[in-house]
Design a protein around this ligand. Structure first.
Ligand SMILES: *Cc1c(COP(=O)(O)O)cnc(C)c1O
Length: 369
């Protein structure tokens, strides 16, 4: 593999990704306010939805967050090194066979999604001669991960010997649709299943679940997306603050006569003279190739023209006075003018995918926190 630095210096990178850690902290406080005293954890899987799990978790520790959730054992082990021994780190996908000792050594809480995972974790505790923390995920209706109702019922009476049950949890399939009756059905199933487990704190809510009301709150919320500025209530306005700003550098500007083909396939042809700028951002950076969005210079909207290339995009800058935008200048492609959710909407996807797809060629900068 080519040894390009993970965070290239500003003068060598084509684009700058700025993560506002004050906005992350602010979003955490806004969710906590909503939760009215119920504990709020944080989901930092996929390297904090692409924004940097270490930086995000460190900022949230300062806000008082003490429970973090990742997807994989490897993420949990790395996060443990980054944030010290005290906070709880849950591995949502559970511990794969063979990874138990590594997870126990890192002090991770295994989420048991099946009786089999629970048995393996219990065997590890027995072998190591100490109690290990565990969470149980039950499937209340999403059919993705978690113990099915029959499986919960058939758990061995001694299934939790040698283990400390930290959390009974489940995940909502339709939380961003408050009127969907599946939410209430899942809540009732969750109540039924969790009472078949030893007594433990309970957790059902992701970001959108926090906005479903009091009955869904239980003892702990597990937001991810909303912390990163994604709208948890897509049916109404976004109560969260934008966290991410992406700016790309202008490589060159040109003046094209009418009738000029622009970019691959000449997918665009000018109908009148046009001034263009080519910027250093492309689909290799995670920008969706079929998304015809715009860039912003100050408040001027500069539409993309032609196809998105691997490393560049062409903008129509005719609206700007000649010479106002120069090589080296930065234009904004994600930020307050054009949010992650808006780009997702134009791309036929969700903000989660936009964030986690953003690449590693950017210069990354953290502000606040
Ligand atoms: C990803 C995930 C979350 C966080 O969901 P958001 O919609 O990002 O808030 C919570 N719980 C589980 C089990 C998850 O997999």
């Amino acid at each position: 593999m080519l040894d390009v630095p993970a965070n290239p210096p500003l003068n060598q990178a084509g684009a700058i990704l700025t993560v506002d850690l004050d906005a992350v902290g602010d979003n955490y406080r806004r969710l906590r306010e909503r939760l009215d005293g119920v504990e709020c954890g944080a989901v930092v899987k996929a390297d904090g939805y692409g924004l940097g799990a270490t930086e995000v978790a460190t900022a949230l520790l300062r806000e008082g967050c003490r429970r973090f959730f990742v997807a994989h054992a490897a993420e949990g082990i790395a996060l443990r090194r980054a944030i010290g021994v005290l906070p709880e780190i849950y591995v949502l996908n559970g511990v794969h066979p063979g990874a138990e000792d590594d997870c126990a050594a890192a002090g991770l809480v295994a989420v048991a999604n099946s009786a089999q995972q629970l048995v393996a974790w219990q065997a590890t505790a027995r072998r190591l001669g100490r109690r290990l923390p565990v969470a149980v995920q039950v499937d209340s209706g999403m059919s993705r991960l978690g113990m099915a109702p029959g499986e919960v019922e058939n758990l061995d009476r001694n299934a939790f010997d040698g283990l400390e049950l930290k959390l009974a949890m489940s995940h909502l399939a339709c939380a961003e649709e408050p009127a969907n009756p599946a939410n209430e059905r899942q809540r009732l199933t969750f109540d039924d299943l969790r009472f078949r487990l030893p007594p433990a704190p309970a957790s059902l809510n992701n970001s959108s679940g926090i906005f479903l009301g009091e009955a869904f709150r239980y003892d702990l919320a597990r937001p991810g997306a909303a912390l990163y500025g994604i709208n948890p209530t897509p049916c109404s306005g976004n109560p969260m603050r934008q966290v991410l700003h992406l700016e790309a550098r202008v490589i060159q500007t040109r003046t094209l006569p009418a009738g000029t083909g622009v970019g691959y396939g000449h997918a665009y042809r000018t109908v009148a003279p046009m001034r263009t700028a080519t910027i250093a951002l492309g689909y290799a950076d995670g920008w969706p190739r079929h998304t015809a969005a715009a860039a912003f210079f100050e408040t001027e909207k500069l539409p993309f023209v032609g196809r998105v290339s691997m490393d560049s995009i062409i903008l129509d800058i005719t609206a700007l006075a000649a010479g106002r935008l120069r090589p080296g200048d930065l234009v904004e492609v994600i930020g307050d003018n054009q949010t992650v959710d808006e780009i997702a909407g134009l791309s036929g996807t969700i903000g989660y995918e936009i964030l986690t797809s953003l690449g590693h060629r950017f210069h990354r900068r953290y502000v606040g926190g």
